[in-house]
Write a protein that binds this ligand. Structure first.
Ligand code: ADP
Ligand code: TRP
Length: 320
């Protein structure tokens, strides 16, 4: 079974990304052959600064390799290193009804956010379909927000197969069971766009300071506190054992346990939790040649599959 997913390179990863996405992708390596690519062609739809895009691709590879992606098991590659995907996209464009793309939520959302309506944004789902179909993927793990893109992919695969013969695998989506939304330091969903994140790989001092700034109510030290509506406890739950969590909750209820104590406990747990990943990342940062080599090998492996599919597709549609 081939499992494929793509991730857009963007900035510093936070613990919401880890518990909401990265951990699941690392876990899924046990289920089948994972193709994981860094979607730099897709990133162009929002015109990132060129040097930042190049840098973010390497950063993303570093982050995933540090957080559990095994380069011996998974095929990690940069989307643009296998440009056959653009050729397939062009071919798929010709079985894509414009109305289908006009209904895409992601396109409408981008316009609502003020992005200029360029054709890259409009045809984003066709490139995503090409990503998935090029590698004959069986299963595509994605967040809920990508569900409609998967439906479009399936539509295009079926339309193409009806017209030209059974070439594409019609993929299934894998939407992870509802992962609790990780709250940010202000209690809203943790997100880069809200400036409320706790980075995975920050400096000790910076992370401690961020944790000390988590918003709580203003109950005094002696007062009993409500552990079920507290951002500190919600974050502690992600990194503590069930016993440790219960112990903290009991302390909250008993009083004489301040938010400062809870934040200190959270900091210590969180720091220890990500220690192996920090170590791995530091090693990889000192060995960027290895990271580039992983991406090169990944692209080589992916290209073998891409060439096989494209040979079938070209023949079917009447190209050389
Ligand atoms: P951000 O909102 O910080 O820009 P992204 O949209 O880049 O994060 O998210 C990348 C992945 O991380 C997505 O799969 C998303 O579902 C997951 N993720 C992001 N923030 C959270 C969060 N606060 N809780 C759970 N998962 C999250
Ligand atoms: N659109 C996806 C996102 O923003 C990234 C992506 C691009 C992708 N191509 C893909 C995900 C193919 C799964 C399969 O999250």
């Amino acid at each position: 079974m081939r499992i494929l997913t793509g991730i857009q390179p963007s900035g510093t990863p936070h613990i919401g990304n880890y518990f909401g996405a990265m951990r699941q992708i690392a876990e899924i390596q046990k289920k089948g052959e994972v193709f994981l690519f860094i979607a730099d062609f897709h990133s162009l739809t929002t015109s990132p600064e060129p040097d930042a895009l190049r840098k973010n691709v390497v950063e993303l590879a570093l982050n995933y390799l540090s957080c559990g992606i095994d380069s011996e098991k998974a095929v990690l590659f940069r989307q643009s290193d296998v440009p056959q995907v653009c050729e397939l996209m062009w071919i798929l464009n010709n079985v894509t009804p414009v109305g289908l793309l006009e209904r895409a939520h992601s396109y409408k959302d981008k316009l609502a956010k003020g992005f200029a309506p360029n054709n890259g944004l409009f045809s984003y789902p066709v490139l995503m379909a090409a990503d998935i179909l090029l590698y004959k993927s069986d299963l595509v793990p994605v967040g809920k927000d990508q569900k409609q893109h998967l439906e479009i992919t399936r539509d295009l695969a079926i339309k193409f197969n009806n017209q030209y013969g059974e070439i594409f695998t019609v993929p299934d989506e894998l939407i992870p069971e509802e992962v609790a939304v990780v709250p940010g330091v202000d209690g809203q969903k943790m997100s880069k766009s809200y400036n409320n994140t706790i980075p995975i790989f920050g400096k000790e001092k910076e992370i401690r300071k961020t944790i000390m700034n988590i918003v709580t109510d203003c109950k005094g030290l002696e007062e009993p506190k409500d552990p079920d509506h507290c951002n500190v406890v919600a974050l502690y739950k992600l990194v503590a054992t069930p016993d440790e969590l219960e112990e903290m909750k009991a302390r909250y209820r008993a009083g004489n346990y301040g938010y400062g104590h809870a934040k200190q406990a959270l900091f210590e747990k969180l720091w220890a939790y990500f220690e192996p990943m920090r170590k791995r990342r530091a090693e990889l940062e000192n060995n960027l040649d290895y990271v580039h080599e992983v991406l090169r090998r990944g692209a080589e492996r992916a290209a073998v599959e891409a060439d096989k599919t494209m040979a079938e597709v070209r023949k079917a549609v009447g190209l050389r």
